[in-house]
Design a binder for this molecule. Structure first.
Ligand code: GA4
Length: 330
């Protein structure tokens, strides 16, 4: 008998669902409707024909792989990750852990250049790969947010995107590496699941910001939870971006959109690498539901808050906590 390893996913329901895929080369009015529908149904969708250059993506992927291939002591020179830099296993500020190592960046060019010196022997090359990637995904994020505003019939179509375009925007960029955890087969092993069980790489949570743009290599592991206890695997697609609604967008749409709960599991045989851009508002931005989405049938759900106030909750709560509840009007 092989001892059962603690497997947190054992008693959960897994469900294969066709998640929304949106082709951004389709007519604009169609695209905006489909995006709004996807944000309402799942808070999650995939975009294809997104316009982010293949070269920009490959350069970032290569730099990321080169960094994570270094020795542990070399990598720790870029740490710890509070609030930015290299982190291994420890997530956030309140004892959350996962089978992941990562680099966290503030999206400001000068701080990327500075941090790159601790990450790469060719800091200028590393720093330009990161800056170019961020510039491209930021443009895509703004485009998506403008499509969302159009789909919601909000007259001011830059109401979301200007928060991210603002020079003070508190956006974050993250590179993740989920090492594989291959176990050697034991001749006496009976159950194949005993060596093919996944571990939690990054535990379930919602993203606090406005919108997240996530891209990974061809290794799966991401899952979303559209309902409590139900998990939907997200197929990997290195050519596409998966888009997450964040807590701020949920509050600004008065709950019409939901920030999707998601997590990443490790793969037994292949290492997963992902890169995520989290588009966030300036610290002093006051975030409140748009007047268009507050009606007698849909009264205001959350008290207005500044991004600085909201960020404070991410320092006091655990990864999986529902931070928006602190602002809920009961
Ligand atoms: C989730 C989204 C981003 O990865 C992140 C994460 C941050 C961190 O890793 O430091 C947080 C997590 C994320 C939400 C709650 C807090 C903060 C870890 C954690 C326990 C960079 C972010 O902005 O929020």
């Amino acid at each position: 008998m092989v001892a059962a390893s603690p497997n947190p996913i054992r008693n959960e329901k897994m469900l294969a669902v066709d998640l929304p895929v949106i082709d951004l080369s389709a007519p604009r009015s169609e695209v905006s409707k489909l995006i709004v529908k996807a944000c309402e149904d799942y808070g999650f969708f995939k975009v294809t024909n997104h316009g982010v250059g293949q070269e920009t993506i490959s350069r970032m992927e290569e730099e990321s792989l080169a960094f994570f291939s270094k020795t542990a002591s070399e990598k720790h020179r870029a740490g710890p990750a509070n609030p930015f830099g290299y982190g291994c296993k420890n997530i956030g500020f309140n004892g959350d852990m996962g089978e992941v190592e990562y680099l966290l960046f503030n999206t400001n060019k000068a701080s990327i250049a500075q941090r790159s010196k601790t990450i790469s022997e060719e800091p200028a090359k590393f720093s330009s790969a990161v800056s170019d990637y961020i510039e491209a995904v930021k443009e895509l994020a703004c485009e998506l947010l403008e499509l969302i505003a159009e789909g919601l019939w909000v007259p001011d179509t830059s109401v979301f995107s200007r928060l991210i375009r603002d020079v003070e925007s508190d956006s974050v960029f993250r590179l993740n590496h989920y090492p594989h955890h291959h176990h050697h087969l034991k001749a006496t092993s009976s159950s194949p699941t005993s060596y093919n069980s996944n571990r939690v790489g990054f535990g379930e949570h919602t993203d606090p910001q406005i919108l997240t743009l996530l891209r990974s290599n061809d290794v799966g592991g991401l899952q979303i939870s559209p309902q409590d206890g139900l998990w939907v695997p997200v197929p990997s697609d290195p050519a596409a971006f998966w888009i997450n609604v964040g807590d701020v967008l949920q509050a600004m749409t008065n709950g019409r959109f939901v920030s999707v709960r998601h997590r990443a599991l490790t793969n037994s045989f292949k290492s997963r690498m992902s890169m995520a851009y989290f588009g966030g508002p300036p610290l002093n931005a006051c975030l409140r539901a748009l007047p268009e989405v507050v009606t007698p049938e849909h009264p205001l759900l959350f008290k207005p808050f500044t991004w600085a106030e909201f960020k404070k909750t991410t320092h006091s709560l655990r990864l999986g906590d529902t931070r928006l509840n602190l602002f809920r009007i009961s």
